[in-house]
Design a protein around this ligand. Structure first.
Ligand code: NI
Length: 392
């Protein structure tokens, strides 16, 4: 690894301490007040960085300017944690009951701080051109945060020529960077379905309309959207994750509510699935004499890496001292996808598992990241800036 991209032991120690502090004090989506305060303090102590006036309560955008003309580049890290109990023993285990950095956003945040240190150093050496915007995004879990920043005027404040983001990837060993071309993470639409019946005494079914029976039929029928209406070569999922309704006494209830998600690595397949869902819900409700409504959450597009950006990312990853690798895409979603409307973007997965360690997947209670991977992730962010060449 070129010295330009190698954190000193002291720098590494500082971001590691920052990461462990975040890990001990995780905050849920939209509630990242202390995390934001810590980031603010970090950058207020660094004269190279200017905090940009984005009117949001959590999250932070900071800018560093190089000494010469050059492109403006945005680097994004997410900062929020998940509502689950940690089951991995360490001195820096979560101190907040029921909340945990189970997706490694503490790792991403610390990585971007490491990149900030590397960029400061590059600036001092006269090697930083243009300017760099570091975006610490809140509320990635639930995919609301990117929209929040965009809605608050992020892209009035910054005009990046390219946007880079990353996620730690526990199945990949430390030192490796996944630079995957094409669809990487799925397009997604979460939804809520409500089936309305007509309640009454359980002894008189002929006078009532039972939404539970309708819901049972509906859940079964919805399975055919993937098995019968989706090209088997397109990856897609439709799941009902929650169902609520019923009464402990002998009554037929008025209403059943279900929540779920539909997602695909093909935007066209997702369009088709949504169209089929609407018809099945409408017609099944009609068949059982129920009324229905579907509330659609805002759709998240897929994370997609173009051939041009992938070619560059591979070059940057090599410069950063990472071993470039590839793995299949995932049907997880990422609201990083929303930034692609504003500038060409690339999303890395960075290896975060110590060699020989068992794989602990994202969102699991024993999830953890391998600390030395911070060297590579910080370098990867910094190289995405310093290796970038403006097209003529
Ligand atoms: Ni995540």
């Amino acid at each position: 690894m070129e010295m330009l991209y190698r954190l000193t032991e002291e720098e590494y120690g500082e971001i590691l301490a920052f990461k462990r502090d975040l890990h001990m004090h995780p905050e849920l989506s939209g509630e990242e007040y202390e995390t934001t305060g810590k980031l603010r303090a970090f950058f207020e102590a660094r004269p190279d960085y200017e905090i940009l006036p984005l009117p949001v309560e959590t999250g932070l955008v900071v800018r560093i300017r190089g000494g010469q003309e050059g492109p403006e580049i945005m680097l994004r890290a997410d900062i929020d944690a998940l509502p689950q109990e940690e089951d991995y023993e360490s001195e820096w285990k979560s101190r907040v009951p029921g909340v945990m950095h189970a997706c490694g956003h503490d790792f991403h945040t610390a990585s971007l701080l490491g990149a900030a240190m590397l960029l400061s150093r590059a600036k001092a050496q006269g090697r930083l051109r243009g300017c760099v915007d570091l975006v610490f995004q809140p509320a990635e879990e639930g995919t609301l945060g990117a929209r929040k920043l965009i809605g608050a005027g992020l892209f009035d404040l910054i005009r990046p020529r390219a946007v880079f983001g990353m996620h730690n990837w526990p199945s990949v060993e430390t030192g490796k960077a996944v630079c995957h071309q094409g669809p990487l993470m799925s397009a997604k639409c979460n939804f809520e379905i409500v089936i309305h019946g007509a309640g009454g005494h359980g002894s008189m079914p002929h006078l009532n309309i039972d939404p539970i029976v309708c819901s049972a039929a509906l859940i079964q029928s919805l399975q055919t959207v993937i098995s019968r209406n989706t090209n088997p070569l397109d990856s897609a999922i439709l799941s009902i994750n929650m169902i609520q309704g019923g009464s402990p006494v002998n009554l037929v209830v008025e209403r059943v509510m279900m929540r779920g998600t539909v997602r695909s690595l093909s935007e066209k397949a997702l369009d088709r699935a949504i169209e089929r869902m609407k018809t099945i819900v409408e017609k099944t409700a009609e068949a059982y004499e129920c009324r229905q409504e579907i509330i659609w959450n805002k759709r998240i597009p897929m994370v997609f890496n173009t051939p041009e950006m992938t070619a560059f990312a591979r070059k940057a990853a090599c410069a950063a001292g990472c071993t470039v690798t590839d793995v299949p895409p995932s049907l997880a979603s990422e609201d990083f996808a929303l930034y692609r409307q504003y500038a060409p973007s690339f999303f890395y997965w960075v290896g975060s598992r110590a060699p020989g360690d068992a794989v602990e997947e994202l969102h699991r209670p024993r999830f953890h990241t391998d600390d030395p991977a911070l060297y590579h992730s910080s370098a990867l962010y910094a190289a995405s800036v310093l290796e970038f060449e403006e097209k003529p």
